[in-house]
Design a protein around this ligand. Structure first.
Ligand code: GTP
Ligand code: MG
Length: 352
């Protein structure tokens, strides 16, 4: 390796070409094989665990609000749920992904709010990735804007039904025709123009159209009959995670299959741990002992904050969970060093 100008050590990862080159020099034949890790074994088995038809029970639809900045996503969710998040946001801008579950006439619905600011593409993609239905919020006075178009492409990539909330319809002199034309130009032909996309005119300020929006969501949910098996080890998705001074690592998780319980051992990205406590994001003082499919929770007990978007798995073996998480953390570190430190340290540049 030194003859090739590579300074390295036993912990570094060697790229395949270099490995072949060195092996060739030494007259050795090499075979590349993929090591089957504990992770592959356990998690592939979890992913492939088929839930037979009889095990599937109805679950709440997950409804994600997407759209351009300031078009009214948070205000609409606030109004639908009867809370007030919007007025407490820094600069009136959403910077987090939030999920809540409510009950409407005894039937649960989960709402996911996402930021519209252009900086948060990844959060919008994540919101679309966990959703069953997208509510595309378009301000009637502004029409389709860059992040509206981006949201449309996330919804299309997720292959989920789109309902449009044509919001701020209360603004004086507003003419929704342009916004409808914009939608049609983006392959979302409104039903009032003979297309298939339900466009509900709403105002988060006056409450106009909110009942119709909710009804449209419920109709789409009913048509799709979303189901999951609640009686299996849980799989969820990390929406966001952060270190809290008092509680330790707090992770927002949306459960997707199975039932997550306090005391379960979980692995999520490079993090693992036993679920210490779970709370309802809507009523933080309310502790939950278990959470089934489509239920969002804030949980504590992970040893570090996993990256957002990582799947969370219940694995009832703390040693295995630790090994998987630590192996990932180590691989991540090796990749980082491999991509920076070691490659940089060739004989040519060592003495620069
Ligand atoms: P980001 O999350 O930052 O992308 O914004 P958002 O889409 O959540 O918009 P938000 O709910 O924060 O509303 C933005 C501004 O529009 C606020 O000042 C709201 O009061 C106002 N607003 C929201 N909905 C309506 C509406 O229906 N009519 C009127 N007139 N104003 C509205
Ligand atoms: Mg918002």
């Amino acid at each position: 390796l030194m003859e090739e100008g590579v300074m390295t050590n036993i912990n570094a990862v060697m790229d395949p070409e270099l490995t072949e080159l060195v092996a060739g020099d030494l007259g050795v034949d090499i075979d590349f094989v993929q090591a089957e890790t504990l992770e592959d074994k356990l998690l592939t088995a979890m992913d492939e665990l088929e839930d037979d038809e009889a095990s599937l029970k109805p679950r709440a639809p997950v409804v994600t609000f997407l759209g351009h900045v300031d078009h009214g996503k948070t205000s609409l969710i606030d109004k639908l749920i009867g809370i007030d998040v919007a007025s407490g946001e820094d600069g009136g801008i959403t910077q987090h992904i939030r999920a809540y579950q409510i009950e409407n006439d005894g039937r649960p619905i989960s709402f996911v709010d996402t930021p519209g600011h252009e900086a948060f593409t990844e959060m919008r993609a994540r919101g679309a990735g966990v959703t069953d239905i997208v509510v595309l919020v378009v301000a009637a006075d502004d029409g389709v804007m860059p992040q509206t178009e981006e949201a449309i492409s996330h919804a299309k990539a997720a292959d989920v039904p789109i309902i449009v909330a044509l919001n701020k319809i209360d603004l004086p002199g507003v003419d929704p025709t342009r916004a409808l034309q914009d939608l049609a130009a983006n392959d979302l032909l409104p039903s009032e123009w003979g297309g298939e996309v339900e466009v509900v005119k709403t105002s988060a300020t006056t409450g106009e159209g909110l009942e119709e929006l909710l009804e449209t969501i419920l109709t789409v949910a009913e048509l799709n009959e979303f189901k999951a098996n609640p009686d299996r080890p849980a799989i969820g998705s990390c929406l966001e995670s952060q270190q809290d001074a008092d509680k330790g690592v707090v992770t927002k998780v949306l459960v997707q299959k199975g039932t997550l319980r306090v005391g379960d051992t979980v692995v999520c990205g490079e993090a693992y741990g036993k679920v210490k406590a779970m709370t309802d994001p809507l009523r933080p003082s309310r502790r939950l002992l278990e959470a089934g499919p489509s239920v969002p929770v804030n949980l504590t007990g992970l040893n570090r904050a996993p990256s957002a978007g990582e799947p969370l798995y219940v694995i009832d073996d703390i040693a295995a969970a630790r090994e998987i998480a630590d192996t990932r953390a180590h691989a991540e570190r090796a990749e980082f060093l491999g991509s920076t430190g070691f490659q940089a340290a060739t004989l040519e540049n060592l003495f620069d």
